[in-house]
Design a protein around this ligand. Structure first.
Ligand code: NDP
Length: 480
């Protein structure tokens, strides 16, 4: 069985612990590789390598860093098929999704920040007759980047690209559940000409190696994407050490549909925003609010179309949904369906595991599920399920839907369907979320601020926000 290795100081190496963890293929439910169960000693080794590399990397010109990061992007592009297959196999997502979204976006992340750094300028503040301030933006030093399993290379690269572009050295940890594409990146890093020690990739469990990264005194900042509970723990650990923190956490996003929307576009986008990546995108709209006058019409067409949705093994070109990421996650999703029933919910379609034929019999497939008849404030409508499960709730007024939409502890994104421009502006202003899409979903411009409010996180990623996070401002004043 293939054994993955850590990537430290420009080399693939076995974990100091000598221990490995099973890596499952969600499509079949079988173990297909082993990943390092790294520990503190591996983190120490990576930090040492990063310390050695920092003076070289941070002093390199932006132009040279840009060239290296561009070569990294091109290295992935050159191996696009390898990365696509690996992502789909490791995560269970349809191959077509990995090919059209995950891997191209990872390439774009590197290209975007490779060039963004060339345009990044700091500020100056003139004081008439007194003097002038200018602000230097220095890299932080060694930073930790910890990413989740739902969009593995996509979110991994979304963090490490700005960190590296800004001149930091990185200790990165992908999710233990989906380590493979981050593992493959080692080869590309070597080829890119990046000095050894600049980017170190450690594998293993969050609670051991992830925790050791967060606690290491030489790691100056943590950029974390994952669950809200984990984020809370990381904040508690890192805050007393005065580390900079960027936390991108969970969501329970509303999708609000008014009767005056463009029906066709709304319907096809809502199918995607509900179930893309098996509903395992932090931006999925899992609470669908529908204006009462179109509720029955919406329910009928939506449920009919969901019933026709093909759930299949990732390589099946017909698959719209693949497998969810793990057995434990599948069980969590199905337990929420049971909870919904206890809370009085009516399952309109789905609500069960899908068993495919061999060799996929033990894979983790869940039918896309639509539930109605639940109060907006019940647990099913308040807690993040992070699977292919949505609820339908009718509403009568703008005021009422705003109250329901804003009722959760989360505030990541919200989607709004209406052709009334004034209403769209009014509601965008009132919705408690960091990202609002009007008559669209998941349209991303990498320059825009990305992140949530309330329990969905602290800080913003994307564009200048990311470069500001990964640099420390230093103000210099000169007297006239
Ligand atoms: P987790 O919080 O379980 O894990 C995220 C990462 O943190 C993993 O690499 C994990 O490692 C690691 N980790 C776990 N415990 C610790 C710890 N104590 N110290 C340091 N690192 C730790 O999230 P999931 O992987 O389950 O991802 C799903 C969650 O991510 C959902 O809540 C989703 O909403 C959120 N998410 C948010 C996004 C956003 O931009 N706001 C985008 C995408 C997802 P390991 O896997 O090895 O345990």
């Amino acid at each position: 069985m293939e054994k993955l290795r850590n990537f430290i100081n420009g080399e693939y190496i076995a974990p100091k612990t000598g221990e490995y963890i099973d890596n499952f293929e969600p499509a079949t439910g079988k173990v297909y590789s082993l990943i390092p169960n790294s520990g503190k000693d591996d983190v120490n080794l990576a930090v040492k390598a990063a310390e050695g590399a920092f003076p070289i990397w941070s002093k390199m010109s932006n132009d040279d860093r840009c060239k290296i990061l561009t070569r990294l992007a091109e290295g992935i592009e050159k191996r696009i098929e390898l990365f696509t297959k690996a992502e789909s196999r490791d995560n269970g997502k349809p191959l077509s999704l990995a090919a059209n979204v995950d891997i191209p976006r990872a390439v774009s992340n590197f290209k975007f920040f490779a060039t963004a750094i060339l345009h990044y300028a700091s500020e100056s503040h003139n004081m008439e007759g007194v003097g002038v301030n200018y602000t230097l933006r220095k890299p932080l030093g060694i930073v930790g980047c910890i990413s989740p399993w739902n969009l593995p290379l996509y979110l991994f690269s979304w963090k490490i690209a700005p960190a590296l572009a800004a001149g930091n050295c990185v200790i990165a940890k992908p999710s233990e559940v989906t380590p493979y594409t981050a593992y493959l990146l080692g080869e590309v890093i070597k080829e890119s000409g990046m000095p050894p020690g600049v980017l170190n990739i450690l594998h293993g469990e969050g609670q051991t190696v992830g925790d050791a990264i967060v606690k290491h005194p030489k790691v100056k900042a943590i950029s974390f994407t994952g669950g809200t509970q984990t984020g809370k723990y990381i904040a508690q650990t890192a805050a007393p050490m005065f580390k900079k923190l960027s936390l991108e956490l969970g969501g329970k996003n509303p999708n609000i549909i008014f009767a005056d929307c463009d029906w066709k576009e709304m319907m096809s986008t809502t199918l995607r925003s509900s179930f893309a990546n098996q509903g395992q995108i932090c931006l999925c709209g899992s609470r669908i609010f529908i204006e009462r006058s179109i509720y029955d019409k919406f329910k009928k067409e939506f449920v009919e179309r969901v019933e026709k949705t093909v759930v299949s093994y990732p390589e099946d070109p017909k698959a719209k949904l693949g497998a969810v990421v793990s057995k434990a996650h599948m069980e969590k999703i199905l337990s929420y369906v049971e909870l919904a029933k206890e809370e009085g919910g009516v399952i309109l379609t789905g609500g069960r595991r899908e068993i495919l034929e061999e060799p996929y019999r033990d894979g983790y497939y869940v039918r896309p599920t639509v539930i109605e008849n639940l109060p907006f404030n019940c647990r099913t409508n308040q807690e993040e399920i992070f699977g292919p499960v949505v609820t339908l709730t009718p509403f009568d007024t703008e005021e009422e839907v705003l109250q329901m939409a804003n009722s959760t502890e989360y505030g990541l994104s919200a989607t709004l369907w209406t052709s009334n421009l004034k209403r769209a502006h009014r509601m965008a202003n009132e919705l408690e979320a960091g990202i609002i899409w009007i008559n669209a979903w998941l349209v991303r411009d990498l320059r825009t601020p990305f992140g949530g409010v309330k329990a969905s996180g602290v800080g913003r990623e994307g564009g200048w926000e990311a470069l500001r996070f990964f640099t420390e401002p230093k103000n210099v004043f000169i007297k006239y």
